[in-house]
Design a protein around this ligand. Structure first.
Ligand code: HEC
Length: 163
């Protein structure tokens, strides 16, 4: 009789086949998941981390425009966390592309602390360039990020807190 552990191994092997990345994961080298992927774990896809980054990129821009320094700091921190998670989970991503994105994010936090709109605008442009540099290197250069022209977040008031 198969031991429980053998059954689990067989199940995990099956799960790896069933959960094997789709064509996209195979095509995009940076998005190749780690080998440990099994039924026991839920791995957030790199595309989903990036979709969240896309939303936060818009919110960041809205926050800069609204001079909501607290929100600038908040969104920059969440973007950093997302990229850190991406770097840890998707180890084919060359780390220098992550640090290139981290630099303007740090500058954005500094700019928010200094309430410096000029520094913030410059850092936002640098952040967008870092998004695109990694996309080009990662064979997804067709995902072109730009400064937003409007915001879909009509359910969020971006004005700073009144204290
Ligand atoms: C370190 C590399 C890297 C950085 C930095 C990066 N991306 Fe990505 N991004 C990727 C990769 C790789 C993919 C493709 C993921 C896949 O194939 O699943 C991607 C995909 C995307 C997508 C497509 C997701 C979809 O569902 O349509 C968006 C949008 C995106 N990134 C936004 C951004 C934004 C905004 C930034 C900057 C704030 C950024 N990315 C920074 C590597 C990066």
């Amino acid at each position: 009789m198969k031991s429980l552990i053998m059954k689990r191994v067989a199940l995990a092997a099956l799960a790896m086949v069933a959960l094997a990345p789709g064509a996209l994961g195979d095509d995009v080298p940076f998005a190749r998941p780690p080998l440990e992927k099994s039924l026991d774990t839920y791995l957030i896809s790199l595309g989903d981390i990036m979709s969240a980054a896309q939303l936060r990129h818009i919110k960041l821009w809205q926050a800069i425009k609204a001079k909501n320094w607290g929100l600038v700091n908040f969104e920059a921190t969440l973007l950093e966390d997302g990229f850190a998670a991406a770097a840890m989970l998707y180890r084919n991503i060359p780390i220098e592309f992550v640090t290139e994105a981290a630099k303007p994010l740090e500058a954005l936090k500094d700019g928010a602390a200094a309430k410096d709109p000029v520094k913030l605008a410059k850092s936002f442009t640098e952040l967008t360039a870092a998004c695109n540099a990694c996309h080009e290197a990662g064979e997804v250069g067709f995902v072109k990020i730009q400064t937003p022209t409007s915001s879909p977040f009509t359910n969020q008031n971006f004005a700073p807190e009144r204290k």
